[in-house]
Design a protein around this ligand. Structure first.
Ligand code: TYD
Length: 199
């Protein structure tokens, strides 16, 4: 089982890349399961909307995200490829403000079944200029996007921070999200090949 995850701030083009990868897997007959967080299965999708519309405090959010995550992991059927649209890095990036939260989130990550630690995490990195340019074109999709939009720098710093923390053998690959969708897609495929996850 090969697990990979996608991360990035709103407007980084994450959804587009996931769609392109899905197409590539279908075209090349690679059996895969695509899932997303929060949510990811029928029951958890109901909780997704509750979480994204909530005013839960930060500590509660950490617990909710991990509770949902552990349930999702145990419900995923084994497949050649599992692709996560957001995973534990999102909790670190979005919900980490201080060292107490850092400790808590890292210790929760350590409880994740080793088989589900991604081989590669693709982080689509967007700079502020491009973020603002893209934001003009689209309204917020949920309360969360709105709440965290003004916290871009903190969230980006947290992504940089977790990229340097050793989590199993996973490789953290940052890709410039201002490139064209096809260029980003090519880089993703190249990395999957380099790590021998695909031929
Ligand atoms: P979504 O609409 O799926 O955003 P995107 O298209 O950018 O993935 O909303 C998911 C929101 O949930 C997003 O704002 C990030 C947030 N989130 C956290 O804050 N912590 C987490 O652990 C996860 C999984 C998501």
């Amino acid at each position: 089982m090969k697990v990979i995850s996608f991360e990035g701030f709103e407007y980084s083009g994450k959804s587009t890349q996931i769609k392109l990868l899905k197409k590539y897997f279908i075209k090349n007959n690679i059996k895969s399961t695509f899932t997303r967080e929060p949510g990811g299965n029928k029951d958890l999708e109901k909780i997704r909307n509750v979480i994204l519309k909530s005013n839960f405090n930060n500590l509660s959010l950490i617990m909710f995200f991990f509770a949902s995550r552990f349930t999702l992991i145990s419900s995923i059927k084994k497949n050649d490829f599992i692709v996560f649209d957001r995973f534990f890095d999102s909790t670190y990036a979005y919900q980490k403000y201080n060292s107490k939260e850092k400790k808590l989130i890292i210790s929760l990550i350590k409880l994740i079944d080793k088989n589900f630690i991604p081989k590669i995490t693709f982080y689509l990195k967007l700079d502020k200029k491009n973020l603002i340019r893209r934001k003009d074109k689209r309204l917020y999709s949920n309360k969360f996007d709105k709440k965290y939009f003004g916290q871009f720098s903190r969230i980006q710093k947290n992504y940089e921070e977790i990229s340097k923390i050793k989590i199993g053998e996973r490789k953290f690959v940052a890709i410039d999200a201002s490139l064209s969708a096809n260029e980003v897609h090519d880089k993703i495929i190249l990395n999957l090949k380099k790590c021998k996850l695909i031929k």
